[in-house]
Design a protein around this ligand. Sequence first.
Ligand code: GDP
Ligand code: CA
Length: 317
Amino acid sequence: MRIVVLAGGIGGARFLRGLKSAVPDADITVIGNTGDDIHLFGLKVCPDLDTVMYTLGGGINEEQGWGRTDESFTVKEELAAYGVGPEWFGLGDRDFATHIVRTQMISAGYPLSAVTEALCDRWQPGVRLLPMSDDRVETHVAVTLDGERRVVHFQEYWVRLRASVDAEAVVPVGAEQAKPAPGVLEAIAAADVILFPPSNPVVSVGTILAVPGIREAVAAAPAPVVGLSPIVGGAPVRGMADKVLAAVGVDATAAAVALHYGGDLLDGWLVDTADADAVAEVEAAGIACRAVPLMMTDVEATAAMARAALDLAGAGR
Ligand code: GDP
Ligand code: CA
C-alpha cells in the first residue's frame, strides 16, 4: 500500500510513528512543510523536516517534541557571549551539525530534496521524506506590535512572540513561484491513500497545498484523501493553531477545519469522540466523517488513529 502524508512538525511526526506501527509494510512518502524554514547564523534550518526525521529516526527529544535527545547548548551560549542572537530559537550542539551539513550541501549546489535524502541516510526514518519544494518558501505573519503593523517570520511569531498577538495575515512568501520538489506530484498521483495528519491546517498542511500544483494533484488523485482533526473540543491539542486559523477566518473547531479543506480535497475526516456532534455537519458537506479517539498519547493510541483513517479511506469515496 502506497501512502502519502502531508506533514508539518510535531503533530505530523507523531502521527507518522503511529502509522508506521499500524502498517509496517506500507510504502510511505511524506511531503514535508518547508515554510517554517529559517536562516540562522548563516545556516539553513528546516524545523519540520528535522522533526519528522529525528522522530522517526529515534533522535528526537521526546518531552519537547523537537530538537535532539541528550542535547547540550554550548555553541548557543558561546554565540550569546558574543552578543549574537537570536536567543529565542533553541539550536543545540547536536542539532547544529545537521544544519551545518545541510548548508554545506546547499552551498555546493545540491537541492534541498537531495540534501534531505542524504540526511535521512543517517537517520533511516523508514519513510521517503520529501520537502514540498526545493524552492525557498517562507511563511510570514502580519502583526501589530506596540501600535505598529509589522511582518515577522513565522518562527518569530510562534517561538519568540508565542502567538501572543493576533495574526492579521499569514503569507507563504515565495509559494506562488515555487515548484513541487521532484517526486512530489508523482507520489500523490501513485498513492493508494493520501492522509492529512493532525498538523497545523494553515501553516503546515496549508503551506504545502499553497505550492502550485500540489493542491490540484491532491484534488485530482485517484486515491481517497482522509484527514485527522488537530482541533479537539474546540481548541488545538497543543500549540496555538487557533491564532493562525483566525487569520484565515476559520473557527477553531473540528468541523470548521474540515470545511476549510473542503469536499473537493477531502473524502474523509476524523474528529475526536469529544466532537461527535460535528459529524453531521461535516457529512453534510459531502465528507465522510467518524468520531474516534484522536489523542496521540502513545504509539498504540496513534496507531489506532491511523487504522481508523485507513478504514475510512477504504470505506469508499
Ligand atoms: P508543528 O509544526 O509543530 O506545528 O506541528 P504540526 O504542524 O504537525 O501541528 C501540530 C498540530 O497538531 C496542532 O494544531 C495540534 O493541535 C495538533 N496536535 C498535537 N497533538 C495532537 C494529538 O494528540 N491529537 C490531535 N488530534 N491533534 C494534535
Ligand atoms: Ca511547523
